[in-house]
Design a protein around this ligand. Structure first.
Ligand code: DGL
Length: 285
C-alpha cells in the first residue's frame, strides 16, 4: 500500500501485488469468496461495475469496452493479475483483450477453462487432443450474451468429443439478484430449468455459467433433480488460481481484500453482506 491513483471516484489506494477480481456486479463474489478461503494470505481487490450491470444483455462491443475500462482500473490500483469472474466478459471480451489490449507485463484470466477442465476430467492446463468423456448431455445456464457467443461450446470442443450441450439463456436472473429480489430470482430459475428440460429431458450435468447463479445453486439443484451433477465456478477457479500462483511464487499478499463498485457503495455493501453472510464494505471506484 502507499501510492495513490486518481480515479473517477477520487483517490484510491494503490495496492502492490493484489489480485484483481472483476465482475459486472455481485456474482464474482462467489469466486472471490472461494479464492479467499483457498488462498487466505493473498491480497485481493474486487471491482463490481454495478453502474453498468447487467452485462449479459449488452452487445459484444459494449461488453468489451466496459471490461477494458474496469480492468484498467484494477491495473491502476496495482493488480498485475486480474481474473474476469464474469462469464459474460470472459465469453465476449477475454480473447480479444488478450490478443490486442493486455500489456505484456499484465495477465488477465477468465473463468471458463477451469470449469471445462473439471467437466472433461482434465488436469489444469492439459492441452492434449479432444477425447470422449463420461458426460454426454450437458445443460448450460448462462446470460444471453454468453449463450449467443457459443464460447463455452468452442472451449469444450478443444477438450471433448461427442458432448451434446443444450444452452438456456437465463434472462432476468442477474437483474433480480442485483436488486435483491430473491423471490423473483427463484421463480425465474425454476422457469429456465423447466424450459431447458423441455429441450433436454435428462441432462447428466448442469453448468452454472454465470457467477451470479451459485447464489441460487440450491434452487437449480432442486429444480434439476439430485441426480444431475451441478458445476459452479467458485472452488474450481480458486483451485486453478492456487495452481497458477504456485507457478508464479513472486505474487505474494498480506491476506486482505478491498472492495470497489461503480454503483452506490451502501446499496452494494448491503447486498454483498446479505449474500456472503459477513460484513462487506464497498467504496466508490
Ligand atoms: N456474473 C456475470 C457472469 O458470470 C455477469 C452477469 C451480467 O452482468 O449479466 O456472466
Amino acid at each position: 500500500m502507499g501510492r495513490s491513483g486518481a480515479t473517477r471516484g477520487g483517490y484510491l489506494p494503490v495496492i502492490d501485488m493484489a489480485i484483481g477480481i472483476f465482475d459486472s456486479g455481485l456474482g464474482g463474489l462467489t469466486v472471490l469468496d472461494a479464492a479467499q478461503k483457498r488462498l487466505p494470505s493473498m491480497q485481493f481487490i474486487y471491482l463490481a461495475d454495478s453502474a453498468n450491470a447487467p452485462y449479459g444483455v449488452r452487445k459484444t462491443e459494449d461488453i468489451y469496452n466496459l471490461t477494458c475500462v474496469a480492468v484498467q482500473k484494477l491495473f491502476d490500483l496495482g493488480c498485475d493479475l486480474v481474473i474476469l469472474a464474469c462469464n459474460t466478459a470472459s465469453a465476449a471480451a477475454l480473447r480479444r483483450m488478450q490478443e490486442m489490449w493486455v500489456p505484456s507485463q499484465k495477465r488477465v484470466l477468465g473463468v471458463f477453462v477451469p470449469l471445462i477442465e473439471a467437466l472433461t476430467e482434465r488436469n489444469w492446463g492439459d492441452n492434449s487432443p479432444p477425447r470422449e468423456v463420461e458426460v454426454k448431455h450437458v445443460a448450460l445456464f448462462a446470460t444471453p450474451a454468453t449463450v449467443s457467443s457459443r464460447a463455452f461450446q468452442r472451449e469444450l470442443a478443444f477438450r471433448a468429443i461427442g458432448v451434446d450441450v443444450e444452452a438456456q439463456a437465463c434472462g432476468g436472473v442477474v437483474d433480480a439478484i442485483e436488486d435483491g429480489d430473491m423471490i423473483l430470482a427463484e421463480a425465474l430459475v425454476r422457469s429456465h430449468v423447466d424450459a431447458l428440460t423441455r429441450k433436454m429431458p435428462n441432462p447428466q450435468a448442469a453448468i452454472l455459467g454465470c457467477t451470479h447463479y451459485p447464489l441460487m445453486e440450491e434452487i437449480f439443484q432442486t429444480a434439476l433433480g439430485h441426480e444431475v451433477k451441478v458445476f459452479s465456478q467458485g472452488n474450481l477457479v480458486a483451485e486453478s488460481l492456487a495452481d497458477y500462483l504456485e507457478r508464479h511464487p513472486d505474487i505474494k499478499g498480506i491476506g486482505n481484500t478491498a472492495y470497489f463498485t461503480t454503483g452506490d457503495p451502501e446499496r452494494v455493501s448491503d447486498r454483498a453482506t446479505q449474500f456472503l453472510k459477513r460484513k462487506i464494505q464497498f467504496d466508490a471506484a
